[in-house]
Design a protein around this ligand. Structure first.
Ligand SMILES: NC(=O)c1ccc[n+]([C@@H]2O[C@H](COP(=O)([O-])OP(=O)(O)OC[C@H]3O[C@@H](n4cnc5c(N)ncnc54)[C@H](OP(=O)(O)O)[C@@H]3O)[C@@H](O)[C@H]2O)c1
Length: 228
């Protein structure tokens, strides 16, 4: 049974990459944006790129959230609190929010290789504090660069899934594994998202040193094989 996934900020690089991959896997995707026309244009682009796969639609962020049981947040950290506050009343009861946000200093004019201190510990923990009761938050995909998602081949990376809710973990793991090459790693509690978010700043520094856009992360020594 396909999921319905709203991607808030789905017109950006990360959201677009995830949308194409999930649409190809047969999921039903709603691209969310502040601008409904932009959302529809991006949805058409995703549908063309994904081929005959899933159903892709565009809507303003609030409508996208209201129509989906799974909401994926792909927005700059500078918009995180304000947007979550606006969207609070739109969530379905029992929805799952997957937060990909990294509090990069670049979102407020600083360096992309540094992160901002977040009072709650991480962007994902800030989200958990802001969503209505009954909405579960999982943190994932922060270390998967849009450069890796773009293209047709397998994505050579692990995705650490941090959450305090086992249903949210299960759904997030399923969505990770819908993308060829990605492997989901159980990263424990949501509070561990603070460590995973920091790794993205390191990845950006490594990308800069090697002049690439597609550094990924793999964990070794685990009893779950990495996909080929
Ligand atoms: N890019 C990557 O490689 C990558 C990798 C891992 C994690 N991430 C994380 O994923 C998130 C998104 O990254 P991105 O590169 O896709 O970002 P982006 O392209 O800069 O922005 C994504 C979307 O967010 C919306 N947005 C921008 N400013 C906003 C505001 N003030 N209020 C509401 N919405 C706003 C825009 O959509 P509309 O204009 O259509 O509303 C935009 O298309 C970030 O937190 C980033 O750290 C990114």
């Amino acid at each position: 049974m396909p999921h319905t996934i709203a991607i808030v900020g789905g017109t950006g690089a990360e959201g677009l990459g995830l949308a194409v991959r999930w649409a190809r896997a047969g999921e039903s995707v709603i691209i969310g944006s502040r601008d409904v026309e932009k959302a529809r244009e991006t949805a058409a682009q995703v549908a063309a790129n994904a081929g005959a796969g899933g159903h892709v639609d565009g809507a303003d962020n609030a409508e996208a959230v209201a129509r989906a049981g799974i909401v994926v947040l792909t927005i700059p950290f500078s918009a995180h609190a304000t947007l979550l506050k606006k969207l609070r009343s739109s969530f379905q009861a029992g929805a799952i929010l997957i937060d990909t946000t990294v509090p990069l200093a670049a979102t407020v004019g600083g360096l992309p290789t540094r992160t901002l201190g977040v009072w709650q510990g991480s962007a994902a923990q800030q989200a958990a504090e802001m969503v209505p009761e009954g909405v579960s938050v999982a943190a994932a995909f922060q270390n998967v660069s849009a450069g890796l998602l773009t293209g047709d081949g397998p994505v050579d990376s692990d995705v650490v899934v941090c959450t305090d809710d086992e249903r949210a973990r299960q759904v997030t793991v399923e969505l990770v594994e819908k993308i060829p090459g990605l492997r989901a790693i159980n990263g424990g509690r949501l509070e561990n998202a603070r460590i995973v978010e920091q790794i993205t700043a390191l990845i950006l520094a490594i990308n800069g040193k090697y002049k690439v856009h597609r550094t990924g992360v793999r964990f070794t020594g685990l009893p779950i094989p990495a996909p080929r």
